[in-house]
Design a binder for this molecule. Structure first.
Ligand SMILES: NC(=O)c1ccc[n+]([C@@H]2O[C@H](COP(=O)([O-])OP(=O)(O)OC[C@H]3O[C@@H](n4cnc5c(N)ncnc54)[C@H](O)[C@@H]3O)[C@@H](O)[C@H]2O)c1
Length: 466
């Protein structure tokens, strides 16, 4: 539910947000006008504000009851009703779309709205209503901000020092951290959690964290009860393993992801997929368990080795291709924010990977095959960079493929061709031996589950191998 003062942009942003989240958009004001058969200005003029507020409350309760859930716009004064406020607490995520009195006045002073005719009264009303918006569950100033808030993703420089405020409640916390990252940032996170950390558990850096043995160790070491929280600090590997422990310990306790690699800030820390590996393959055991929050501090990327930064850049380039915007041209913190918001929207739309989320696999069918054939010694970002070029060439987007090569410069993979082909044929997306790929009609227009002749796919795979 979007709340905020008149002129904050709820009517403009609401339908776009709804589209990104795959939901319908409902304006409470429009429901009132339809049911009353007259405009809000007419209702104010003939029946008075009191009558309008009653109609508004009835419409809000009706809309909040509807299923499936929608993106709902509630007029600026809608929070004046305690009945509506209670219903919001019970059944909605409330997002305050912020504005200033100056910005709002500029937008609505010529609209003829009943409460926007006098500048001084407008300012007084702004001050009067300000406090009612403070109770919102999240706040944002733009579309990406709204998506991130809805997904529980908090991004800001220095966010590491504010983890305490972002891990709600006062229950004890168990910190699960990548051993390298703990040495760099563990103390700051513990200090931010202000004495709430009951224990710190180290996991090995990298993929070794994602083993059944590590998970058993963590399960056995956990002491918090069902009300406790696991805070996971590290790259995608620690996040996947720690998130899986949170998903399964005591049948699931809440967790907060504090991703420390570019890849984890734009990808692994968002969307609630957790997993560990088996000797038979990567990510074969896992659970969907959305974190209570994801705390992203782009400043921690300063210590990230450049090879790891490149890994993450491959995912930023992929996201840019899916979004139809060259996100990798932006400054790094903005790359993180925009890419994270894109992933968050796709995952909110399809939390259990049954539709829209498949697009995130652009280039990944090739990448997974190359990684498997290398015995997972090939870096994921390197494999994704190669996979993207293959997917773009099959899509007929030669210019985009060349641009990806210029940006990411991935060397050809030194792996066995037959092993890579065998791995691709085992891919979950292969149906009756025919590979299904994510392709692009154009940047920003993904095509999911496209069956491609296996000869074409094999040639493309071979072209990625030295
Ligand atoms: N769950 C998901 O949705 C999802 C999505 C994408 C990838 N993944 C998983 O993520 C994993 C890869 O994650 P990754 O690329 O983040 O690698 P990673 O977790 O292995 O981290 C890479 C290395 O960087 C070090 N490091 C991390 N942050 C650092 C920092 N700020 N400063 C210095 N060093 C730092 C780590 O110690 C490690 O050695 C894979 O297992 C993949 O399957 C999961």
């Amino acid at each position: 539910v979007l709340v905020g003062f008149m002129g904050a942009g709820k009517t403009t942003l609401g339908p776009v947000l709804a589209e990104r989240l795959g939901r319908s958009f409902v304006s409470v004001d429009e429901v009132v006008e339809r049911s009353a058969g007259s405009s809000i200005a007419e209702i104010f003029g003939t029946r008075g504000e009191g009558a309008f507020r009653m109609l508004e409350e009835r419409a809000a309760l009706d809309v909040l009851d509807r299923r499936p859930p929608a993106v709902i716009e509630l007029g600026g004064g809608g929070l004046g009703s305690s009945t509506t406020r209670t219903a919001l607490v019970e059944s909605a995520f409330t997002l305050h779309l912020e504005t200033t009195p100056e910005e709002a006045w500029q937008r609505v002073s010529s609209s003829g709205r009943p409460l926007a005719r006098d500048r001084d009264q407008f300012q007084a009303l702004f001050e009067e209503r300000r406090a009612s918006y403070d109770a919102a569950d999240g706040r944002a100033r733009d579309l990406d901000g709204a998506i991130l808030a809805a997904a529980g993703v908090h991004i800001s420089a220095g966010a590491l020092d504010r983890v305490g405020a972002l891990v709600s409640g006062s229950a004890p916390v168990e910190l699960v951290a990548d051993e390298h990252v703990e040495a760099l940032y563990g103390e700051r996170v513990r200090a931010a959690l202000n004495g709430r950390v009951a224990a710190t558990h180290h996991v090995p850096a990298g993929e070794r964290a994602k083993s059944a043995a590590e998970v058993v160790k963590l399960w056995s070491a956990m002491r918090v009860g069902r009300g406790g929280t696991v805070v996971v600090l590290g790259g995608g590997c620690a996040i996947d393993a720690g998130g899986f422990v949170a998903a399964t310990y005591l049948r699931g306790i809440s967790w907060v992801a504090v991703p420390s690699t570019l890849l984890a800030q734009v990808d692994a820390g968002i969307g609630g997929k957790t997993a560990v590996d088996l000797p038979e393959g990567k990510n074969l055991v896992g659970a969907f368990h959305w974190p209570m929050g994801t705390v992203v501090d782009p400043d921690v990327l300063a210590t990230l080795p450049s090879a790891e930064l490149e890994n993450g850049r491959a995912e930023v380039v992929k996201t840019g291709l899916l979004a139809g915007e060259p996100l990798c041209d932006l400054e790094l913190p903005e790359q993180v924010r925009r890419s994270a918001a894109f992933k968050a929207a796709v995952c909110l739309k399809d939390p259990h990977d049954q539709g829209a989320r498949a697009q995130l696999n652009l280039g990944h069918t090739f990448a997974h095959a190359l990684e498997a054939a290398s015995g997972y010694s090939l870096a994921h970002g390197h494999a994704v960079a190669l996979g993207l070029t293959a997917a773009l060439r099959i899509s007929g987007l030669e210019g985009d493929a060349r641009r990806v090569e210029e940006i990411l410069r991935p060397p050809l993979a030194a792996v066995d061709r037959d092993a890579a082909w065998a791995a691709l044929a085992r891919d979950k997306k292969t149906v009756d031996g025919r590979p299904r790929l994510v392709l692009l009609e154009a940047p920003g227009k993904p095509l999911v589950g496209v069956e491609i002749d296996s000869g074409v796919v094999r040639d493309a795979l071979d072209s990625l191998i030295a």
